[in-house]
Design a protein around this ligand. Structure first.
Ligand code: 0PR
Length: 355
């Protein structure tokens, strides 16, 4: 089959998206015109969404979690903050409610805070780029509605100490949210404590359209119990179904069906094999950069950060490499499934040339 790929993936080292699994691609096309926002009309895609959520539950270590397939991590994080706010304030923000998160939190939380009228308080990280629960604790007060941990941070791929963050939330009766948007499909094959089973996590973001190999748009929001998700439910009098928890109304059946198809194909063995391959590639690149004298942040997950002079960074970009920088100017390479060892070898060859 001819595969028209609008994006040339072979030199993309900066993205958290990747080539969808072939089954996910086919499912996306098949369900392109369906709307899971109207489950009583589009019953097949509604069944696929239940199936997808059940697999996400298994991955996230809690068989009874409620949830839905979002448009991405941004929607999932925003909706989790909405649950936290409305659970604490029964609706309207009172102007004081705040969210406490590590400085590594994705910028979607700034959007969520702006939209929901929440104050976002971010705590400086520990030296290892992970959240420091003690410093976070200093920001928590009686108006804190959510305490957030990141399991696979966007810039350094770090996993925060989730059990300590959950304890912090518990102490102040706030909601504990974990953002595993990127890390969620890698972490089951590591020994990190990150999910419902490991700590009193209330809500969790886990995105099939990142390491889950689904087509965009397919994020995931899970809530420990249906009553938490019900906080989001709005009556929908003119639809066959009575209520809706998603933020968007009409949404893409392509994302939902492709998420179900990818997970059906890959969970767990395919994801395990992928996780091992991506991590081995990241470790290989870290060693190659280290050998060349660059300062490398040890990859905990398949994401490498390293110091790289601006002139070399610019020359590599001009040479066609899609690479990105962290806020502090480090090179950032995400070893997604489309990034092969051969790609990394070519990258290092080019790096040697521009040095
Ligand atoms: N949470 C985390 C930990 C993330 O890394 C991201 C996105 C989100 C939430 C938000 O997810 P959505 O973008 O699905 O709403 N992280 C990447 C970033 O912002 C997204 C990305 C994707 C960037 C593709 C570049 C790219 O080519 O860096």
């Amino acid at each position: 089959m001819q595969r028209a790929t609008p994006q040339e993936f072979s030199r993309v080292l900066s993205s958290m998206c990747t080539e969808p699994h072939p089954a996910a691609r086919a499912a996306a096309e098949e369900f392109l015109a369906t709307n899971p926002g109207d489950p009583a009309t589009y019953e097949t895609v509604a069944d696929l969404e239940r199936e997808a959520v059940a697999t996400l539950d298994e991955i996230a270590g809690h068989p009874d979690a409620a949830g839905y397939i979002t448009s991405g991590g941004t929607e999932a994080n925003l909706q989790a903050m909405r649950i936290a706010r409305d659970r604490a304030t029964s609706g309207a923000a009172d102007g004081r409610a705040n969210v406490v998160a590590p400085a590594s939190v994705h910028f979607s939380f700034q959007k969520a805070a702006a939209v929901l009228g929440l104050e976002l308080r971010t705590a400086p990280l520990a030296d290892d780029y992970r959240a420091d629960p003690e410093v976070m604790g200093e920001l928590v007060d009686s108006d804190t509605v959510a305490v957030v941990g990141v399991a696979g941070s966007t810039e350094y791929g770090r996993v925060d100490p989730i059990p300590a963050i959950a304890d912090l939330a518990d102490e102040t009766d706030a909601l504990c949210h974990v953002d595993a948007a990127w890390g969620g499909f890698q972490l089951p094959f590591t020994d990190h404590d990150w999910h419902f089973d490991h700590a009193a996590v209330d809500t969790l973001t886990i995105d099939p359209h990142k390491l889950g190999r689904a087509a965009v748009p397919a994020g995931g929001l899970l809530a420990r119990s249906p009553d938490l998700l019900d906080v989001l439910a709005i009556d929908t009098p003119y639809l066959e179904s009575a209520s809706q928890a998603s933020l968007t109304g009409t949404r893409s059946g392509a994302g939902v069906a492709s998420a179900a198809a990818a997970m059906d194909e890959l969970w767990p063995d395919g994801y395990r094999e992928q996780a091992e391959r991506c991590q081995a590639n990241a470790d290989w690149l870290a060693a190659a950069l280290d050998e060349r004298g660059y300062e490398v942040v040890e990859p905990e997950l398949p994401l490498i950060a390293a110091t790289l002079p601006e002139s070399e960074f610019d020359a590599l970009r001009e040479g066609g490499w899609r690479i990105a920088r962290t806020a502090t100017g480090d090179l950032r390479v995400v070893c997604m499934p489309h990034v092969t060892r051969g790609t990394l070898e070519r990258f290092v060859t080019d790096l040697d040339r521009v040095e």
